[in-house]
Design a protein around this ligand. Sequence first.
Ligand SMILES: Cc1cc2nc3c(=O)[nH]c(=O)nc-3n(C[C@H](O)[C@H](O)[C@H](O)COP(=O)(O)O)c2cc1C
Length: 179
Amino acid sequence: MKVEVSLRRANRLINHGPVVLVTSKYKDKANIITLAWITPVSHNPPLVAICIHKGHFSHELIEKSKEFVINVPGEELLDKVQGCGIVSGMEVDKFKKFKLTAIKAKEVNSPLIAECFAHLECKLVKIYPGGDHSIFLGEIIYAQADEGIFTEVLDIEKVKTIHHLGANFYTKPERMIKI
Ligand SMILES: Cc1cc2nc3c(=O)[nH]c(=O)nc-3n(C[C@H](O)[C@H](O)[C@H](O)COP(=O)(O)O)c2cc1C
């Protein structure tokens, strides 16, 4: 037997890709936003899509700067990930508040977060309407990861990504399965 899941909650059945911290910068304002709604879109060119609510400060920064960085946090950053997903950069400097270190990116002006284990620098390709969110399609123009954690795939025995189930619930991968 199957039971109906409310449309409002249905996304939570497929919500738990890795949570990321997306950084953006416009003029002298840099910001961090926690995002669960992200997806790879294309191999060639390498495209990703991130969904951001129209009211968020990051929405404005990315729209204006036309770039962003996807930083991938490990489980040890869970409290900071949650924090960056609750307060707005309109009111606080999240780098200071959550003691995260901004370092220079290679190809874009938005900073990287040093404490994250991987970084995908993206140029905005297009913004699509998505209800109360916008879908920012970005092309990855440079990517890097901590040495030793990525060969063919991410070695999740070495780094544990954070996965958001919805509300205040998270999970993390336990082991790698190769078939
Ligand atoms: C685990 C988690 C995942 C989130 N995922 C998204 C998301 O995919 N899209 C979005 O617009 N907001 C998402 N949020 C909410 C924003 O991170 C949050 O509203 C943030 O404070 C907005 O920051 P800003 O106004 O500085 O841009 C998420 C929050 C948490 C805690």
